[in-house]
Design a protein around this ligand. Structure first.
Ligand SMILES: *Cc1c(COP(=O)(O)O)cnc(C)c1O
Length: 470
């Protein structure tokens, strides 16, 4: 409805000369900006009155789906439970209006918060120091790998340029290693989804003196706990390498076990995943990096300031509001919810790895492959029923991956509702596959052409107009 009245794009509502605000007359005489700072062409902005702008964006926001609208079982991002109190803390003016160049005497409070957060993270992870400069998980990986690279170089160990990464790893792991100038060596997974220790032994025997580090995610990208970490850590340490922990999936471990105790030397935490902060749209994030005692001397320079402070406030509020005793309940509850969904649906969806999972798990599409219905169709149909789709086509180990993560705070009623809908979709796949092929039917926009969007992106209004004309 809003589309007809208010248009799809703010540019289409523009009327020459229309304004939302009028600025007062300049009282300070004419200041001439230096020539090089002056605009050469007119700004191409839409011209709209205030009500049009407000209604346009309010209506757009109502087309969005978020955790505040409904169930959001998106896997691999851990933690979409973002308690509202954290948001309230982060927007307190004392936190929100802080400036990085403020005199130190005025920032005692915020620095104390960062110190306290560091203490809490050290206790949770079993590591000794954290740097808060990285802006997200991938930035944390790069910072951590640079720390490891600096450590080997300082020792004169210049040959160590290889990083072992499991084939199940998140794509950012090999990417960060490459950006850091290191070479990736892939270690295989067993059919149960965990690292193949024999394959690792072979790599260490052949290339031990060149190994800088091994990166591991635990629970791994399939939501499985890596049981052989002590043996793996021994292998790598004996070869002279360091152990890196990708902490993006830390939440089922909270208060239960600690990367530092398992033999990891360096890790990053995605504060925006494990410790709240809405993660949609790609940000904001914070990827603090923790290290074992002594390694803090090798932190690289990655940013002049302390990362995204608001994310730290939310993380600190989250930790404090749970407290030491309740933080250990997060993981078991998330794990219970994930296993409950997995067991309730495994007769109609293909479960490639049937062991107990942690906070998330992966189906490989529908069990009945004869219907021709794909994971994409299931995901699109879920939107019709008012559910956000799970993560699809990731991890890459399976063709029809459907990765489901319910998080710890969802009620049994909500989860049962989701199970019912997933079963209804499996029924439809048999009785009326066409309805799935053409889904979604009830959303403001139907099925979009993903391939066209990727191969022929049109991201400005000007480009859109030119595109239409040509
Ligand atoms: C999300 C994720 C990352 C990358 O983190 P960003 O904050 O998105 O940069 C790395 N590893 C794993 C396992 C992840 O889930």
């Amino acid at each position: 409805m809003n589309n007809r009245l208010y248009g799809n794009l703010i540019f289409e509502l523009s009327v020459e000369g229309r304004k939302g605000y009028s600025l007062p007359k300049n009282q300070f005489g004419n200041y001439q900006l230096p020539e090089e700072a002056r605009r050469k062409a007119e700004l191409e902005l839409p011209q709209c009155d205030e009500l049009t702008v407000v209604r346009h964006y309010t209506n757009l926001s109502a087309n969005n789906f978020g955790v505040d609208n409904g169930f959001y079982p998106l896997g691999s991002c851990t933690m979409k439970y973002n308690p509202k109190i954290n948001e309230e803390m982060a927007v307190m003016p004392q936190f929100q209006n802080i400036h990085p160049e403020q005199p130190e005497s005025t920032t005692v409070g915020v620095r104390t918060l960062v110190e306290q957060l560091e203490k809490a993270l050290c206790e949770i992870t079993g590591l000794a120091h954290f740097t808060f400069k990285p802006y997200a998980g991938a930035h944390g990986e790069l910072t951590g790998l640079m720390t490891i690279d600096n450590y080997h170089r300082q020792k004169g160990d210049l040959k160590r340029k290889k990083v072992i990464v499991p084939d199940s790893a998140h794509g950012t792991n090999p990417a960060s290693a490459a950006v850091c100038g290191l070479e990736v060596v892939e270690v295989k997974s067993l059919s149960d989804g965990t690292v193949d220790v024999d394959d690792l032994k072979r790599i260490v025997e052949e290339q031990g003196e060149e190994i800088a580090a091994m990166m591991m995610t635990n629970p791994n990208t399939l939501g499985l706990f890596e049981k052989n970490i002590p043996a793996i850590a021994d292998l790598i340490h004996q070869a002279g390498g360091l152990m890196y922990y990708d902490g993006a999936n830390l939440n089922p471990m909270l208060g239960v076990c600690r990367p530092g105790d398992m033999g990891f030397d360096v890790m990053h935490i995605n504060l925006h995943k494990t410790f709240s902060t809405p993660h949609g749209g790609g940000g904001p994030g914070a990827g603090p990096v923790g290290v074992r005692e002594g390694l803090q001397d090798f932190f690289p320079f990655v940013s002049p300031y302390q990362g995204n402070f608001g994310v730290m406030v939310k993380a600190y509020a989250y930790i404090l509001s749970l407290g030491k005793e309740h933080i250990a309940e997060v993981g078991p509850l998330a794990t219970l919810n994930a296993n409950y969904i997995k067991e309730s649906l495994k007769d109609v969806y293909e479960l490639p790895i049937a062991t107990n999972c942690c906070h998330e798990f992966v189906f490989d599409g529908l069990k009945d492959k004869s219907t021709g219905v794909t994971t994409m169709d299931v995901a699109k149909r879920l939107l019709d029923y008012g559910y956000h789709a799970p993560t699809i086509y990731f991890p890459l180990l399976f063709h029809e991956s459907l990765m489901i993560e319910p998080t710890e705070n969802e009620s049994k009623q909500t989860i049962d509702g989701f199970i019912e809908v997933m079963r209804a979709i499996a029924d439809e796949a048999r009785t009326n596959p066409q309805v799935l092929k053409e889904a979604p039917h009830n959303t403001p926009v139907g099925r979009v052409d993903d391939v066209l969007a990727a191969t022929h992106p049109v991201v400005t209004y000007k480009a859109l107009v030119e595109d239409k004309e040509s």
